[in-house]
Design a protein around this ligand. Structure first.
Ligand code: NAD
Ligand code: G6P
Ligand code: MN
Length: 440
């Protein structure tokens, strides 16, 4: 079997150990000739990489393990580039969350003004990454988790319209599928999902088993009765349990489909704002939780020189998804995943150029998606409004336009009021100096 050469961009990410573990778990079906970790922060990456090197030595010694901050070493002659960078790191995520909260609107990693600010930072580095990868590996697949994936995907589709080997993905649909599986006490792999929307802004309409039975009505009924928790609830922080809890509220109000958890911020901006802590935001929870745990465990592995006694922090859904996406493409498996693609009629009554999230098979020649036809007025209205926000954000970046940035934030359902939008925008411009282009 061919052995692949892959790169993990953002080697110092909190998710890297989980992805590495997933790669070693998949070594029989997706064997690696080499894996390269690449990051711009040598020190941060080296802690994770040293632990990863020990993991590979123990579980996949035939794979060459490299870590570097050199672009040529990283990107030359590779097959797959898996990407998960965070421009500005957690200190900037904290600002994305605290600044809007201090001005009366939701502060969240990917939704609302926080997602806007993060998007304006990510676009620059993601464009640079694609250019770097294409310099050294014109044919490599770029599979991207970098958030806010909706905005990154839209920007890359506008800047690199001819590049058919960039695929943006999100693990939340898989997290939800696995959580429905736990709820119904079945393996989620029995379902063929039907899903539509934008990233962090979509709905499951059907989950068919092999006999064509749809589980969505049963799942809705069970959530409305018993509530909803993540598949890995025991490992989750409180804010995530609250987030999954809101699915019941959304179903009470809008019972048509199973909503993505992120819709809570758009459907209940006032209510959520008042529930959220303006100081101890999710970034604080992550820095004290996942980030601390990952780096402590990596240091412990290095000190012990073995992974044997360690429980590497591992969100299976996240690591497995990106590895299985790469494997399905590499071996032309045509497995179904929910991914982010150019609409082109997939949601028939939504703008063709929007980057939508739908189910698709993934093979050597790329995705082949399942269209959903026309969606009804409420969903079309929500999606078009959110798409307009996303597109104006990207245009604000590309054109350096203050006017478009203000339009974008005014359209965002978490903001609405243009005077609020202007205040938040001005504060975010101040906080993002050096990261954003000048907005005139
Ligand atoms: P993190 O800060 O721990 O890791 C990101 C790493 O990227 C850091 O080590 C940082 O030094 C590095 N980095 C920053 N700029 C870079 C650049 N230009 N090139 C290479 N490396 C760079 O963050 P995290 O919480 O582990 O998340 C990583 C990314 O994955 C974020 O964008 C996050 O939003 C995203 N994510 C997406 C999904 C999804 O569903 N799409 C799921 C989980 C995480
Ligand atoms: C989900 C989303 C991601 C998000 C991640 C982590 O999996 O799909 O886009 O980055 O959660 O969020 P957290 O707040 O735990 O860092
Ligand atoms: Mn996501």
């Amino acid at each position: 079997m061919k052995k692949f050469k892959i790169v993990l961009v953002g080697g110092g990410s909190t998710w890297t150990p989980g992805i590495l573990k997933s790669l070693t778990n998949h070594k029989e079906t997706f064997p690696l000739d080499q894996i390269v970790l690449y990051d711009v922060d040598e020190e941060r990456q080296s802690i994770v990489a040293q632990a990863g090197e020990i993991l590979f030595r123990e579980e996949s010694p035939e794979t060459k393990f490299i870590y570097t901050t050199d672009k040529e070493i990283a990107f030359k002659d590779k097959d797959f580039i898996l990407c998960q960078m965070r421009t500005g790191g957690y200190p900037m995520r904290l600002k994305d969350e605290q600044i809007p909260m201090s001005l009366g609107v939701i502060g969240q990693e990917t939704c609302g003004p926080g997602g806007f600010a993060y998007g304006m930072r990510s676009i620059r580095d993601m464009i640079e990454l694609v250019n770097d990868v294409r310099t050294y590996s014109p044919e490599a697949w770029i599979i991207n988790y970098t958030n806010p994936a909706a905005i990154v995907a839209d920007a890359l589709s506008l800047v690199f319209p001819e590049d058919k080997k960039i695929l943006n993905i999100c693990d939340q649909p898989v997290n939800l599928l696995r959580s429905y599986g736990r709820l119904m006490e079945v393996d989620e792999k029995i379902w063929e999902p039907v899903y539509f929307g934008l990233n962090h802004f979509g709905w499951f309409t059907h989950l068919y088993d092999k006999d064509g039975n749809d589980y969505v009505p049963l799942i809705k009924e069970k959530i409305s009765k018993d509530g909803f928790i993540p598949v890995d609830a025991e490992q989750r922080d409180k804010s995530w349990l609250d987030t999954y809890g809101m699915v019941k509220d959304m179903l009470d109000d809008f019972p048509d489909y199973l909503p993505n958890t992120y819709l809570q911020y758009y459907l209940y901006p006032e209510y959520k704002y008042h529930k959220m802590d303006p100081i101890n935001t999710r970034a604080v929870e992550v820095m004290k939780g996942r980030e601390k745990r990952v780096f402590e465990e990596c240091a412990a592995i290095v000190a012990a020189n073995t992974t044997k006694d360690s429980k590497l922090v591992h969100n299976d859904a996240h690591g497995d998804m990106i590895v299985e996406v790469a494997e399905s493409i590499a071996h032309n498996r045509n497995q179904i995943f929910i991914v982010i693609l150019k609409n082109d009629g997939l949601i028939a009554n939504v703008s063709d150029s929007a980057m939508v999230e739908v189910a698709a098979t993934l093979g050597k020649n790329g995705p082949r998606a399942f269209g959903v036809g026309e969606v009804s007025t409420f969903y079309k209205g929500l999606i078009e409004n959110q798409f307009a926000y996303e597109r104006l954000t990207v245009e604000a970046y590309l054109e350096g336009s203050y006017k478009k940035a203000l339009m974008a934030l005014t359209l965002n359902r978490t903001v609405i009021d243009a005077k609020k939008a202007r205040k938040v925008l001005d504060a975010l411009i101040e906080a993002n100096q050096g990261y954003w282009p000048a907005l005139k």
